[in-house]
Design a protein around this ligand. Structure first.
Ligand code: PMV
Length: 320
């Protein structure tokens, strides 16, 4: 009655923003992401009939705040009449700061819980379950370049290209380590209900997905850079134009964009993307990553950097 799994965060290049069904947590648009290798969340789930309630520790500290979302995910995977669960999460990067810790956490939790419950599920079934907890989590089930596709009754995930088939490096410039002021779920709903640009965003997403898919197929870094930067800025402009506005950026976020623009002017292979937080993710051609990392680290307001190659999808670990 136990299972342990590791999953890694993913960074969306063509973003998921907005829900078509809030109760089922279904995205309004498809998305394309890359899974990272060096950052990870390790989740252990132990079902125990002796436990009256679930218990969670995150990096060895009891955590009551996150527990209800994790318990709800376990109910979906193992059924509401399941035993109580002891959940142990170890995460090697900052949580809830726009680094997709929810994606790696819920992908790992879904895989670990299915194993603990003795269920052998397909990737599509796991994606449906992980996606109910966190829209982006379904993408962390797979490695490399991953597309999340909206289907008639849910979602599915596919690998577009394995990590080894187009090696890229991601440099994360951390500009703030505190939790974000507005959750992505809340901000998405404000965008959907109030932003004058929201319907255009949904309408244009298939074209952005096509452009990114073709760029990945051709291994065309410049084409991917154009598609990803455009899609990222479009997503943030929806939020800025909503009422109330959501602005996840800080001054250092913008300085990082200036740094990346100056590296691009020197023909380095790099582009940026930014999610629901102030961190800047620079996607680089591996040979240029050291220079990109040094330039971002030296950018005023950057508290630190993390460097990662692209990596594999979620997987079970031997039980401890
Ligand atoms: O999966 P959520 O609810 O944390 O939303 C993710 C939203 C973005 O990170 C901004 C975009 C994405 O596709 O990951």
């Amino acid at each position: 009655m136990q299972g342990t799994a590791i999953a890694r965060p993913n960074i969306a290049l063509i973003k998921y923003w907005g829900k078509r069904d809030v109760a089922l947590n279904l995205p309004a648009v498809g998305s394309i992401s890359i899974t990272l290798r060096e950052l990870h969340t390790r989740m252990q789930v132990v079902f125990d009939r002796m436990l009256e309630t679930d218990a969670l520790t995150v990096n060895d500290v009891p955590d009551e705040k996150m527990l209800p979302r994790l318990s709800a995910c376990l109910d979906l995977v193992a059924g509401v009449d399941r035993p109580g669960a002891r959940i142990t999460s170890q995460c090697n990067f900052p949580i809830a700061a726009g680094l997709a810790s929810s994606a790696s956490s819920f992908a790992a939790l879904t895989v670990a819980a299915a194993h603990a419950a003795g269920k052998s599920l397909t990737t599509a079934e796991l994606a449906g379950l992980a996606g109910r907890a966190s829209g982006s989590a379904a993408r962390s089930l797979l490695g490399g370049f991953v597309e999340l596709v909206n289907t008639d009754d849910g979602i599915s995930v596919d690998t577009l290209c394995d990590a080894a088939d187009w090696p890229l490096t991601v440099v994360v410039a951390v500009t703030e380590t505190g939790p974000k002021p507005v959750s992505s779920t809340e901000a998405m709903e404000i965008s959907r209900k109030t932003s004058p640009f929201y319907s255009t965003w949904v309408e244009q997403q298939p074209a952005d997905l096509d452009a990114a898919r073709a760029a990945i197929e051709d291994r065309d870094f410049q084409a991917l850079a154009h598609a990803a930067e455009h899609n990222c800025l479009k997503m943030h402009s929806i939020m800025w134009a909503s009422r109330p506005p959501t602005v996840y950026w800080n001054a250092a976020t913008i300085r990082c964009l200036e740094t990346i623009r100056s590296l691009q002017a020197r023909d380095l292979g790099v582009f940026f993307t930014i999610d629901a937080g102030p961190q800047v993710k620079a996607v680089c051609v591996p040979g240029d990553a050291a220079e990109v990392e040094a330039a971002l680290r030296a950018t005023p307001g950057v508290e630190g950097t993390m460097v990662s190659a692209l990596g594999p999808g979620a997987g079970l670990e031997p039980d401890a």
